[in-house]
Design a binder for this molecule. Sequence first.
Ligand code: ZN
Length: 343
Amino acid sequence: MKAVVLRQHGTLEDLAYVDLPAPEIGPDEVLLEVKAAALNRLDLWVVEGWPGLRLDFPHILGSDGAGVIAAVGERVEGFQVGDRVVVNPTLSCGRCDFCRAGRENLCDEFKIIGEHVPGFFAQLAAVPARNLLALPDHVSFAEAAAASLVLVTAWHMLVVAGRLRAGEDVLVVGAGGGVNSAAIQIARLAGARHIYVVGSTAAKLAQAEALGADALINRSEGDWGRALYAATGRRGVDVVVDNVGAATFHTSLRSLKKGGRLLTVGNSTGPRFELDNRYLFARHLTIIGSTMGTQRDYETVMGLLFAGRLQAVVDTVYPLSEGVEALRRLERGDVAGKLVLEP
Ligand code: ZN
């Protein structure tokens, strides 16, 4: 089968489009004929690598996949060959205290498909049946793959970890990324009063507005912290979503009302920065980190996608053979929505 693989940690130069043997499935797994796979910033982090990440090379990237079941393991129940499915990318053991409490994204053996084990940038993938969700005919494979990781991540961050309540004001820092596009929609659905979005271009802000943002701040026009402060009547917001990190965290904390929460699931500009703790405790601020979501979150949020209450934001669909080029584009950052590969 064809696949986009990483030969060793490094740069995008270490990726290749190659032929590999088809994967073998275990008794609790299905063989997925991948019809669509979506790119995530996580793919770029995996290319770079980090201390403690040990992969078998060549490693197949890609955490988001949807497709048709080509074979089922002997213990699989409830799914059969030919079924359309989408895959929850979070792998969990099902036995530890966290898993038994329904908090699979805190699992002792937590893994993400495409990050720790082979992913979906391939014609075929072996997937645990417990991660599958039946895909209704009216939802395309590309939409399902594009929505999967970002919707469950944004849902868990805002609704479960962040406990967003109706009537609260939300600021989303960044407009083009998948999690942020999902966060805007979910904040709207959860009944947020005002959704402020800071973005770098008019096109990305226009898209944020179409998704439900009602106050747009273009950071290319000056100090966005000041603009937000003025726009909120010098009060600030209840909740900030900041997945930018080093470049914005300080201003994001300054944008919170007393008692506000800063939610984060990533850092596109770097993970390390200084904090003035006096500002944190004196203003009763909370920083809440989370990653991915539970199986229950996944079923809930994908159900909202299937019902048309949330939407996938797809920028471009590429053939799998152009996967490396698509990753280069993601690295450059000129995307407004998800990039999807079709084997
Ligand atoms: Zn577990």
